[in-house]
Design a binder for this molecule. Structure first.
Ligand code: KG4
Ligand code: ZN
Length: 343
């Protein structure tokens, strides 16, 4: 295998990640998560995340070099998530990346977290087809993107107008008394439930846009559960989980396939933490096959936040010969998806 040897650093939310790739080959993917420290708050607390990044960043970086069997001096470039994300959390990664780049005399690439979620699929399935459509679903984002070139041209097609899909999972899990993050326990409970038991709303299903809305669904589930509890009835947790999950996945896959059809694209890439969801993977496979769309979903470990995805995008950018970022690179918490590389 050949290609640039790139270190990738990710600290945009609650995962401290350092990954090392050579071109599309994954050499190391070290992640420390501060999830446990946020669980009792039911969501990520920015200050707690920043402090945890500070403590984890050096051990995670050293772990990645050890795992890859690579000396820091032999890398070709350092890539780092410059945004979007939590400002204080991003700053830890950006500062670490600058320190490595400066000390080693290597170029620095400040990249977009969302584009990295798309680029990571190359580590599993090879070069991305051009163009492809990407469905990104995580705790912070639910977007549909048209991606002619993940290293430089990414166009937003639609996004959630309120809650992200993962956020809806986390909130519904709380209503059902499940731990944070809510995606995995709901996915698990849904396996023994009936997805048709309760007809929950599918917002924006027929509106002709590629946008999403999950706030109403979350409220509908909470009301339904409260009504059962007020009536002194038992809550059929598995059925609620399965019916809620069906509503989310139905809308996500319908719009993803619609985006492919609308733009004449034959390849769909799904990424972000919710892409680990078993029902989303199954329904996407079914609907893509029917629509003649090839589906690419990286393994769950690569779907959640990690440094390898940043390294994967960095390596693709280095390969194009684009100029690097300056050492004055800022962290931009609201970096638009169209800005793949920040200077
Ligand atoms: O991409 P990610 O690790 O971090 C963000 O950038 O947000 O995504 C985390 C989100 C959480 O909301 C979590 O509940 C959700 O991904 N998630 C899942 C599953 N695994 C994680 N949602 C549904 N099903 C899953 N199996
Ligand atoms: Zn993410």
């Amino acid at each position: 295998m050949s290609g640039p040897l790139v270190l990738g650093i990710e600290t945009s939310c609650d995962e401290t990640g350092a990954g090392i790739v050579r071109g599309h080959e994954l050499l190391a993917d070290e992640v420390a998560s501060s999830m446990d420290q946020h669980a009792r708050f039911g969501g990520v607390v920015p200050e707690v995340a920043s402090r945890a990044h500070l403590e984890a960043i050096l051990p995670v970086l050293e772990g990645a070099f050890a795992k890859a069997g690579v000396k820091p001096a032999s890398i070709d470039a350092v890539a780092v998530t410059a945004g979007p994300g939590l400002a204080g959390a991003l700053m830890v990664g950006v500062a670490a990346a600058k320190a490595y780049a400066y000390a080693l005399g290597k170029p620095l690439y400040g990249v977009n977290h969302l584009a990295a979620h798309v680029a990571v699929d190359q580590l599993e399935h090879g070069p991305l087809p051009s163009p492809c459509v990407s469905l990104l679903v995580s705790g912070g984002h639910s977007s549909l993107l048209l991606v002619p070139d993940v290293t430089g041209e990414v166009q937003p097609l639609g996004a959630t107008i309120d809650d992200a899909a993962g956020e809806a999972y986390d909130k519904v899990a709380r209503v059902l008394g499940m731990p944070f993050p809510g995606g995995p326990p709901i996915d698990k409970a849904a396996a023994s439930g009936d997805p048709d038991a309760i007809k929950f709303p599918r917002a924006k299903y027929h509106d002709g846009t590629l946008d999403f809305s999950f706030a109403g669904l979350k409220t509908a589930v909470a009301r339904w559960v409260e009504a059962r509890r007020d009536a002194g009835e038992a809550v059929p947790v598995a059925d609620v989980a399965a019916s809620f999950q069906e509503a989310v996945v139905d809308v996500l896959t319908r719009k993803a396939v619609a985006a492919c059809r609308q733009y004449g694209v034959h390849d769909l890439v799904i990424g972000g933490g919710v892409a680990a969801n078993s029902r989303l993977r199954a329904m996407a496979a079914e609907r893509c096959e029917k629509a003649g769309v090839r589906l690419r979903v990286p393994r769950p470990r690569l779907c959640t936040d990690n440094g390898a995805m940043v390294a994967a995008l960095g390596a693709s950018i280095v390969a194009t010969g684009r100029p690097p970022s300056s050492l004055g690179l800022p962290a931009d918490s609201s970096l638009p998806v169209t800005d793949v590389l920040l200077h």
